[in-house]
Design a protein around this ligand. Structure first.
Ligand code: FAD
Length: 441
């Protein structure tokens, strides 16, 4: 008979799927008991990492740690339990004139997950990672003790946990700062770039903008490599809004949210469909440059509009491969990566390019280093491991890194930026895979 709570668990990429124990509780005594009675434990937030980072032999889900603790409206400081989602923070903070300083491309991640991966947004070059705005958090460590971690208190644990991928303990709650906004809207400019030279030039010219991101058609070859659309944005002031938004500048109308009801058959996504999608996406914008005001959901979370969009990759699932290449070699490195992908025929539906600014040396486990980062989705198939190995090699050659929260396949010595992670009972399947691979190579 299976022990209680053993169930199929998988994260956003639906790869890998494992059958493991997963339990959730909001009683600290019961969480302590869970930790003390298991040899290995890993925390899981909302499973929005793509691969095996929040999978383990015994998974503690923070879903029931979902309460707000306090909201200082004067200073924009919020404290909540770690399973609270960023979407829930926005629901209460935006109407009060506050936004997250740093948000990833989906709002459905937990506060604990945002700290453990030290997530970045479209503004890393200007405002850094999520951790910059974290004041303190409570961490349950190996012996079940709860410690408060901040820059001044237990600071070693504070910095090891930031970007530490759950390997230092379970974050129970956190206190962090929010930024003032005048409206729930973004002043956006979208500019088409014909190739890599042009998009890199546009990134250079846009560094003074708070938010920058480019969508790349990565099936292009030759002189068209790097064909893309750059989107840059700023939080809109009230006086910049059109009249119909001015009445309730901090409230958005509820939108229809379509759902993907079932897994698409594997053949639906192939080189041809990806090519057609990319062509239509690029042609949708007919002018070279478009300026408009869009709501924050459209600007930050375009993918969240379709619930369960991950099912379009079929039951075999997909991976996201995200790497960063140091700035001075950015263009050269990206060219080589895009050429390798185009040659492989493994079309990526979604390829997103962003600029990282200088990293915070104290947050030594965070992924970003100053440079360009590219994130690509690939359907899992028999050729994918070989492509990932090729990409890993290029990233290594250019002195780059891969993002652990997206990884599920890399064989990597590229991940040795994880420091101060002692052998403890907080272990993920990802960590075991990487340690085993490195020992065998
Ligand atoms: C559509 C999409 C877009 C994304 N865009 C971005 C982006 O732009 N930038 C970016 O940085 N990331 C991005 N991500 C990745 C996502 O932000 C991270 O994977 C995030 O950590 C997921 O949080 P989660 O709550 O789902 O945690 P999970 O996916 O469940 O876990 C992620 C990691 O955090 C650890 N963890 C979770 N909760 C706790 C806790 N309470 N205590 C200790 N450790 C914990 C887990 O052990 C694991 O290592 C994106 C993901 C998706 C699906």
């Amino acid at each position: 008979m299976k022990p209680n709570f053993v169930q199929k668990v998988t994260n956003w990429g639906n790869f890998p799927v494992v059958e493991k124990e997963m339990k959730s509780d909001d009683s600290f005594t019961k969480i302590k008991d869970f930790i003390l009675t298991r040899n290995e434990v890993i925390a899981r937030g909302n499973g929005r990492c793509y691969g095996d980072a929040s999978l383990g032999e015994n998974i503690f889900s923070t879903k029931k740690l979902n309460k707000f603790i306090s909201f200082d409206r004067l200073n924009g400081i919020i404290e909540c339990e770690s399973g609270v989602l960023l979407s829930e923070v926005l629901e209460i903070s935006v109407p009060q004139g506050y936004f997250l300083y740093v948000t990833p491309g989906t709002k459905f991640v937990s506060v604990g997950g945002a700290i453990a991966s030290d997530v970045h947004g479209k503004n890393h070059h200007a405002e850094g990672c999520f951790s910059e705005y974290v004041l303190e958090f409570k961490l349950m460590i190996e012996n079940g003790e709860i410690i408060t971690c901040s820059r001044d208190e237990n600071s070693e644990k504070f910095w090891a946990t930031i970007g530490g991928m759950g390997l230092t303990g379970i974050i129970l709650s956190a206190k962090f700062k929010l930024k003032n906004i005048e409206s729930a809207y973004i002043r956006q400019e979208s500019i088409k770039a014909e190739n890599l030279d042009e998009i890199f030039k546009l990134f250079d010219e846009s560094e003074s903008w708070t938010y920058n991101v480019a969508w790349i058609d990565c099936l292009q070859t030759g002189k068209n490599i790097g064909k893309s659309i750059l989107m840059r944005g700023e939080h809109a002031f009230q006086h910049e809004l059109p009249q119909n938004f001015k009445e309730k500048p901090l409230r958005l109308k509820k939108k229809f949210e379509p759902t993907v009801p079932f897994y698409f058959p594997g053949f639906v996504l192939n080189k041809l469909t990806v090519k057609i999608f990319n062509l239509l996406y690029y042609k949708k914008q007919t002018k070279k440059e478009v300026k408009n005001i869009v709501d924050y959901e459209t600007f930050f979370y375009p993918l969240d509009v379709v619930r369960d969009w991950n099912k379009i990759y079929g039951k075999s699932g997909f991976i996201q491969y995200q790497m960063v290449i140091p700035k001075e070699k950015g263009k050269e490195g990206m060219k080589k990566i895009l050429e390798t992908i185009a040659r492989s025929g493994n079309g990526s539906f979604l390829a997103v390019l962003k600029l990282f600014g200088k990293n915070n040396p104290e947050a030594y486990n965070s992924f970003p280093i100053e440079g360009y980062t590219l994130a690509l989705d690939f359907r899992v198939n028999s050729k994918l491991k070989a492509l990932v190995a090729q990409l890993d090699q290029i990233v290594q050659e250019f002195g780059g890194r891969i993002y652990l929260t997206k990884d599920s396949m890399s064989k990597s010595s590229l991940t040795n930026y994880l420091k101060n992670i002692q052998n403890s009972k907080f272990v993920s399947l990802q960590h075991k895979r990487i340690v085993n691979n490195n020992q065998n190579s």
